[in-house]
Design a protein around this ligand. Structure first.
Ligand code: ADP
Length: 984
C-alpha cells in the first residue's frame, strides 16, 4: 500500500527529478546520494541553500569541488528552481536531528515556518511523549541505513492530524558515514481517507479485486487477490496485469485494454471475460474478470474483479457431461422425459417440457416446436385421448403414478407405440399438484417382437396340431403337457387319456432305461438333443417302433421347462429294413458264391487251355511241314482268342460282382507306355501304321497304380485304334491334367486316323457287347467287351472315360484318373538282373497237379536245359524239397491239398531250419487271383507267371531268378525283399 501511494503521490516529484527509469526504489537511493555520492552530495548542498551550507561542505566530495561542475551556476539555478517548484515538503536534518533545510511546502504541511525550525531539533515539533519517541525511533532507524517509505500520520502545528506519504533517506559523506537525513513528504490526508473507505470495501469483497492504471499496472490488490494468485500485495503492486495470465491470452488482453482505456466511459460496466490466470507457482486456473472504470483523484483506473471459476467450470462440465450422458442414455433406450406444469388452470395450454429424445420419439427435431399439452394430443390418435385424459386425471386426483401405452402419429404419418409413465409432484404446503414428471418410451420394436412371438406361437401350435408327425411337450418329470393328433393316432390313446399320464407308462419296458438315461443326461446339461429308436406299447397291446427326437427348452435361468418330442412311427420302415438286411445278406452270400464260381470256372477253363497253347508252342518250336505249321498257328490263334474272350468275360463278371481288387505299386509312366507300344508295335507295323507316344514333361517320376489294369486299358485303346485304322497313325498321349496335393490327375488318350464313330454309336460303345458293326459279315473281330471293361476299370479307379470322334475322321479315346505321385520305385518289384538264358543246367522242382500242364511246362524247362523234378501236390513237393538242392521252384498257385502260398511258406520254413539260402520260388496262376498272389508274396514267393504260361516269359523269369546252373549263385541279399517280378 505504501508503495502504491508513493506511486500515485510522488510521480510528479520524480518525473521532475528526471529519474524516469523504474524501479522507484532505485530512484530513491539515488536521491539519498548513496548510489551516486558525488551527485547526491552536490544536490543536497544546492538544496540546502545558505543555511545548509555548513552541512553541505561536510558532505561535499573534495575531489569534485575541484571540478568545474561545482561552480556550474546554471545548474545550480535550475535545481533551485526545481526545488522551489516542488509541491512536496522537503526537510533535511543532521545526524542529531537538527533541521538544516525546511522548504515552503513543509511550512504548509506541518504549520511550522522555516525560521522556526531551522537549527532546532526536528522532534520538537512533535507532541511530547509517545509521538516524539516514535519520531526519534524512526529517525535513528533511517540514520542506521533503513529506508523509510510509506503513508503515515503526522501532526500539524495546530495539533490536528495529517496523513503524509513520506520518504526518508540517510545522507552519507561518500565513505559510508551518515551526515543526516532527507525527508520528502506529501499531504495525502484527503486521498487517504477516501482510500481507506474504498479499502474497507475491497477487503470485504468475496472476489479478488485489483485496481489497474492506464499502463495496465496493478496499483491496488486485496487479500483475496493475494490468496488467488499466491503473490503478496507488495509483489502484486506495479505488476502488469498481463503477467498474471498465460502467454496465449496476453495479446488479446492488451488490445482489449487499449480499447477500454480509449473510451472508458462508453465501455459497458462490469463486462465479463473468461480467461486463465497464472499463479505464482505457475499453475493455471480459469478466471472470470469483470472490469469497471473508477475515478480516483481525477485518474481513471480500472477496477477488476477476478473470480476463480475452476469449480464452476468443473460443475458446468459435470452438468454438461451428465446432460450428455442422460441424452445418450435416453437416445439409446428410446426413452424421453417430460414435465407438465399443472399450475395453470387450463391444462391444455399448460407448458410441456420435452427432452431431446421426446422430440425424436414424436418425430420432431429437438426443440423445433413449442410443446403444450394440446400439441401433445394433436400427435395422438383421437380414439386414445379419452384413456389418456382419464389416466392423467386419476393420477392428479390420487396423487399417484400414471402409466399408459398409446400410439403416436409422426409428422409423416408413421405410427409408433409408446409407453408413458409419470408421477405427480405436489406442493407440500398447499397439497396442490404442481407438475407431472414422466418418461415416454418407444416400444414399437417391442410391440413388433411381441406380435411376432404371438404369431410364431400360434404357428407352432397350429403346426404341432396339424403335423403328420407325432409331437408333444413333456414336463421334466415325463408328464405329457401337450400332445397332437398324430401322436394320439400312433399310440391309440385320446388326448385326455395321455394328458393324465406320462411317457414312461407307454414306453416298452426294455427301452425305458435307455430313454430315461438320455433324459437324465439332457437335464444334467450333457447333451442338448437326442434321437433314438424305441418302442411304445399301443393301447391295443402291440409294440410300435418309433423314431424319437427330443430337445429341451430351458428358462432364462437355465432351469428345464419342458421337452419337445417328435415321434415318428417307423414300425413299417423297421420291418422293411429288417427284410432289406436279410436280402442284403442273401445278396452278399450270392455274390460270394458267384465270385467263387467265377474263380473256379476261370481255373477250370484255363487249365485245359494252358496245355493246349503250351503244346502248340512246343510243336511250333519243332521242325514240321509248312502245312502242319499253318494248322498249328490256326490252333494257337484260336486258342489265344478263346483265352482273351474268356479273360474278358471273367474280368467283367468279376467287376460286376464287385470282386475286382486293385494292387498299386509305383510305376514309371514312360516305361508303362513303352511296354504297351512294344506289345502293339508288331500289329501296327503289319498295317504300316505309325505308332507314336507323347508324354507330358511335367509328369512325376512315377505314380502309384495297378500296372496290369492300366496296361489292360491302354492295350485295349491302342489295339482298337490299330484295328479300326486302315492307314495313318496311332498316338498314345499322357498329360498332367490337374495338380493336387501329393497327386496328379493324368489324362491318357489314344488318337487314331481311322474310320471314326458316329455320335449315335459313340454314346453306346462303352456298353458290354456293343459294337458299331454287329452284323455277321462284319470286318472286325471282337466281342464288344473291351471298352465295357475299360469303363468299369476306370470307374473303379474313380476316373472318367470317353471318346471324341466323327465318322470317317478318326477317334480319340481318353480316360482321366487321379494318381498319387512317387519319387522312387521302392516297392515296385524291381526285376532281378541276370545273364541271358541257357547258361548251364538248372535244377527245377516243378509242382503242378494238372498232368498236361505239368508235361508242357516240363518240356519248356527241359528245352531251356533244366533238370526237372516233377511233383503233383503240395505234399509231394515238400517230400521232394531238399533245401539248397534246387535252383528254382515253379509251382501252381492252386494245388489240390495245400495252395501255393501255404506250400511256399512251408518250404521257406524248411530252409530256415536247415539254415540254407532261400531257393527262388515262382508261382503261376490266374492274374485275377490277387489275394492268393498277395498271400504267396507274403509267404516268400519271388516271381509270378500268368496263365497261360508262355515259353518266353518262363525263360525270362528263370533267367532272372536262377541265372546259373548251380545252386548258391545268388549274390548279395539273395532275393528281392518285396514285390513279385511278374510276367504275363
Ligand atoms: P471290340 O472287341 O468289338 O473291339 P470294344 O469294346 O473294344 O470291343 O469296342 C466296341 C466297339 O467300339 C467296336 O466294335 C467298334 O465298333 C468301336 N470302336 C472301338 N474303338 C474304335 C476306334 N478306335 N475307331 C472306331 N471304332 C471303334
Amino acid at each position: 500500500m505504501d508503495f502504491l501511494l508513493l506511486l500515485v503521490g510522488f510521480r510528479m516529484y520524480f518525473e521532475v527529478k528526471t529519474l524516469r527509469a523504474p524501479p522507484m526504489r532505485t530512484k530513491m537511493s539515488r536521491i539519498a546520494g548513496s548510489a551516486s555520492p558525488a551527485r547526491g552530495a552536490k544536490s543536497v548542498k544546492r538544496r540546502m541553500g545558505v543555511s545548509g551550507a555548513r552541512q553541505a561542505r561536510q558532505v561535499a566530495n573534495p575531489a569534485e569541488t575541484k571540478t568545474g561542475s561545482a561552480f556550474d551556476l546554471n545548474a545550480l539555478r535550475r535545481d533551485a528552481y526545481i526545488l522551489s517548484q516542488l509541491q512536496d515538503g522537503v526537510v533535511c536534518a543532521d545526524v542529531n536531528g537538527i533541521v538544516t533545510y525546511w522548504n515552503k511546502p513543509a511550512e504548509r504541511i506541518f504549520g511550522w515556518k522555516a525560521k522556526e525550525m531551522l537549527g532546532r531539533s526536528v522532534f520538537e515539533r512533535l507532541p511530547p511523549g509517545e509521538a516524539r519517541a516514535w519520531g526519534r525511533k524512526r529517525f535513528d532507524a533511517v540514520i542506521n541505513g533503513e529506508k523509510s517509505f510509506g503513508v503515515r500520520h503526522d501532526y500539524h502545528k495546530d495539533g490536528s492530524r495529517v496523513w503524509l506519504e513520506v520518504h526518508s533517506t540517510r545522507m552519507d559523506d561518500g565513505k559510508g558515514h551518515p551526515v543526516g537525513i532527507v525527508t520528502v513528504a506529501r499531504d495525502v490526508t484527503e486521498r487517504y481517507k477516501t482510500e481507506q473507505k474504498f479499502r474497507g470495501l475491497l477487503e470485504s469483497a468475496p472476489d479478488a479485486i485489483i485496481l489497474i492504471n492506464a499502463d495496465g499496472k496493478i496499483v491496488l490488490a486485496n487479500a483475496q487477490m493475494e490468496k488467488l494468485f499466491g503473490f503478496t500485495r507488495v509483489e502484486l503492486q506495479g505488476k502488469p496485469l498481463e503477467s498474471l495470465m498465460p502467454e496465449r491470452f496476453r495479446a488479446s488482453h492488451l488490445s482489449h485494454r487499449a480499447v477500454f482505456f480509449a473510451q472508458p466511459k462508453t465501455r459497458p460496466m462490469g463486462s465479463n471475460l473468461e480467461l486463465f490466470g497464472i499463479r505464482k507457482d505457475g499453475g493455471e486456473f480459469p478466471v472470470e474478470i469483470s472490469l469497471s472504470p473508477i475515478e480516483i483523484e481525477n485518474e481513471t483506473l480500472v477496477c477488476a474483479s477476478i473470480r476463480n471459476i475452476a469449480e464452476r467450470k468443473q460443475t458446468e462440465e459435470k452438468v454438461r457431461h451428465s446432460e450428455a450422458m442422460m441424452a445418450a442414455a435416453q437416445h439409446l433406450a428410446h426413452c424421453g422425459s417430460w414435465e407438465l406444469n399443472l399450475e395453470n388452470s387450463d391444462i391444455n395450454t399448460s407448458s410441456l417440457r420435452w427432452s431431446d429424445e421426446c422430440y425424436r420419439i414424436f418425430g420432431f427435431e429437438p426443440g423445433s416446436v413449442a410443446v403444450t399439452n394440446e400439441f401433445f394430443f394433436s400427435r395422438v390418435p383421437v380414439e386414445e385421448h379419452a384413456a389418456i385424459t382419464q389416466a392423467v386425471a386419476a393420477a392428479i386426483a390420487g396423487g399417484g403414478d400414471y402409466s399408459i401405452e398409446h400410439r403416436v402419429v409422426l409428422p409423416r404419418g408413421e405410427v409408433r407405440h409408446v409407453h408413458e409413465q409419470a408421477r405427480v409432484q405436489v406442493d407440500q404446503r398447499t397439497g396442490r399438484p404442481i407438475k407431472m414428471v414422466g418418461t415416454v418410451q418407444d416400444i414399437t420394436e417391442r410391440r413388433k417382437v411381441e406380435l411376432e412371438l404371438r404369431r410364431s406361437e400360434d404357428q407352432f401350435r397350429s403346426a404341432m396340431q396339424h403335423s403328420p408327425i407325432g409331437m408333444a411337450l413333456v414336463a421334466p418329470n415325463g408328464h405329457w403337457l401337450k400332445v397332437n393328433e398324430a401322436l394320439c393316432a400312433i399310440v391309440g390313446y385320446t388326448e385326455q387319456e395321455l394328458l393324465v399320464s406320462d411317457f414312461q407308462s407307454i414306453t416298452h419296458p426294455d427301452d425305458l432305461d435307455a430313454d430315461l438315461g438320455q433324459v437324465r443326461r439332457m437335464l444334467a446339461g450333457a447333451i442338448n438333443t437326442y434321437q433314438m429308436e424305441k418302442r411304445y406299447v399301443h393301447k391295443d397291446g402291440r409294440f410300435i417302433w418309433i423314431l424319437l427326437n427330443v430337445s429341451l427348452v430351458r428358462d432364462d435361468d437355465g432351469r428345464p421347462l419342458y421337452f419337445i418330442s417328435q415321434i415318428q412311427d417307423i414300425t413299417i420302415r423297421k420291418q422293411v429294413m429288417e427284410e432289406l438286411v436279410k436280402a442284403k445278406e442273401a445278396a452278399e452270400a450270392a455274390t460270394r458264391t458267384k465270385s467263387e464260381f467265377l474263380a473256379m470256372i476261370s481255373h477250370e477253363i484255363r487249365t485245359p487251355l494252358n496245355p493246349i497253347l503250351g503244346a502248340v508252342q512246343l510243336l511250333l518250336g519243332q521242325e514240321c511241314a509248312p502245312e502242319q505249321s499253318e494248322l498249328l498257328k490256326i490252333i494257337q490263334n484260336a486258342g489265344e482268342h478263346l483265352l482273351t474272350l474268356l479273360n474278358d468275360i471273367l474280368d467283367l463278371a468279376k467287376m460286376e460282382a464287385g470282386a475286382a481288387t486293385f494292387m498299386t505299386v509305383p510305376v514309371q509312366i514312360d516305361v508303362l507306355v513303352q511296354g504297351v507300344l512294344d506289345i502293339k508295335r508288331q500289329s501296327a507295323h503289319a498295317k504300316q501304321l505309325e505308332l507314336l507316344a507323347e508324354l507330358d514333361p511335367n509328369l512325376a517320376f512315377c505314380y502309384l497304380l495297378d500296372e496290369p489294369r492300366m496296361r489292360q486299358i491302354l492295350l485295349n485303346f491302342v489295339g482298337n485304334a490299330i484295328k479300326f485304322t486302315p492307314q495313318g497313325r496311332v498316338t498314345l498321349r499322357v498329360e498332367r491334367h490337374q495338380v493336387g496335393p501329393g497327386r496328379d490327375q493324368l489324362r491318357f488318350s489314344v488318337r487314331d486316323t481311322g474310320i471314326g464313330i458316329s455320335a449315335e454309336h459313340a454314346a453306346r460303345i462303352f456298353e458290354p457287347f456293343y459294337q458299331v458293326d454287329s452284323s455277321s459279315s462284319r470286318r472286325y473281330e471282337g466281342a464288344g467287351l473291351g471298352l465295357a471293361i475299360c469303363r468299369r476299370l476306370v470307374d473303379l479307379m474313380g476316373g472318367q472315360i470317353g471318346v471324341e470322334s466323327r465318322l470317317g475322321e478318326g477317334a480319340n479315346f481318353w480316360f482321366t484318373v487321379w494318381l498319387d505321385r512317387r519319387q522312387s520305385l521302392a516297392g515296385s518289384g524291381t526285376p532281378w538282373p541276370g545273364p541271358l538264358p541257357g547258361a548251364g543246367q538248372r535244377r527245377i522242382l516243378l509242382v503242378e497237379d494238372d498232368e498236361r500242364t505239368r508235361l508242357v511246362l516240363a518240356t519248356m524247362l527241359e528245352r531251356a536245359d533244366c533238370e526237372v523234378t516233377p511233383a503233383e501236390t503240395s505234399a509231394g513237393a515238400l517230400a521232394l524239397f531238399n533245401p539248397g538242392a534246387y535252383d528254382l521252384v515253379l509251382m501252381d498257385l492252386r494245388l489240390p491239398d495245400l495252395d501255393g502260398s501255404a506250400t511256399t511258406s512251408l518250404l521257406r520254413q524248411r530252409e530256415r531250419l536247415a539254415g540254407v539260402r532261400p531257393t527262388p520260388i515262382i508261382v503261376h496262376g490266374d492274374p485275377a487271383e490277387k489275394q492268393q498272389l498277395h498271400a504267396a508274396e507274403q509267404a516268400g514267393a519271388n516271381g509270378f507267371l500268368a496263365h497261360p504260361v508262355r515259353q518266353v516269359d518262363l525263360l525270362k523269369l528263370l533267367n532272372r531268378h536262377a541265372p546259373t546252373a548251380t545252386a548258391g549263385k545268388f549274390e548279395g541279399d539273395d532275393l528281392p525283399s518285396s514285390g513279385l517280378s511278374c510276367i504275363g
